[in-house]
Design a protein around this ligand. Structure first.
Ligand code: PA5
Ligand code: MN
Length: 183
């Protein structure tokens, strides 16, 4: 159990959690099985897609994890930069995303149910347990930055998005975006 109160702070314009214990960087190479166009992804291997700074606590019931995700602007053959997406191993565990900067979409999938919810500064999205979730940066100019907080015993289930893929992918459409159904 965490014994003492502590603070974190979002470092303005650096979009990271001050006092974070870890920084993880995800490149196109790490998402080879995720983007639709495998051939274009193969030409963009080291391009950074997103960075996550996370504050660790014991992975015990009652504890809360928090992180900042920064998704860079960009696309892979028109498919906008996004997170891998996952479900929680403990499907009872919910999560809250709070927009900090930029414009995004949170894709949510539970069985055949699909939702896409816009994320922006000061707006929060409550993700109930049992919904797979992925976040997309819909701007081609600015990063999308959001804060997440979730129970420490949630765990990550990255296979969930292959067992039950998101019904739609998000592509660039001029200066906007479009949702395209997956066959
Ligand atoms: O806990 C969350 O849902 C987020 O903090 C994500 O882990 C983060 O946005 C990165 O996405 P992913 O875990 O799908 O790579
Ligand atoms: Mn999550």
């Amino acid at each position: 159990m965490t014994e003492k109160p502590f603070i974190t702070r979002i470092v303005p314009e650096e979009f990271r959690l001050d006092g974070a214990d870890s920084l993880s960087i995800t490149t196109v190479k790490d998402m080879a099985s995720i983007f639709l166009s495998k051939s274009i992804a193969a030409t963009m291997q080291d391009r950074i897609v997103y960075r996550v700074t996370k504050r660790n606590v014991p992975l015990e019931s009652g504890e809360l994890l928090q992180c900042i995700t920064e998704i860079l602007p960009g696309d892979c053959d028109g498919e906008l930069f996004m997170t891998k997406g996952h479900g929680h191993s403990n499907s009872a565990c919910a999560e809250i995303y709070l927009g900090i900067s930029g414009r995004g979409l949170v894709l949510l999938q539970r069985g055949n149910e699909f939702q896409a919810i816009e994320l922006e500064k000061y707006k929060s999205v409550y993700i109930p347990g049992g919904w797979n979730h992925r976040t997309v940066n819909v701007s081609s100019e600015a990063p999308l930055v959001f804060y997440s907080i979730w129970p420490a015993q949630s765990g990550y289930d990255y296979d969930a998005i292959f067992r039950n893929p998101f019904s739609k992918r998000v592509f660039k459409d001029g200066s906007s975006y479009k949702l395209v159904g997956v066959q």
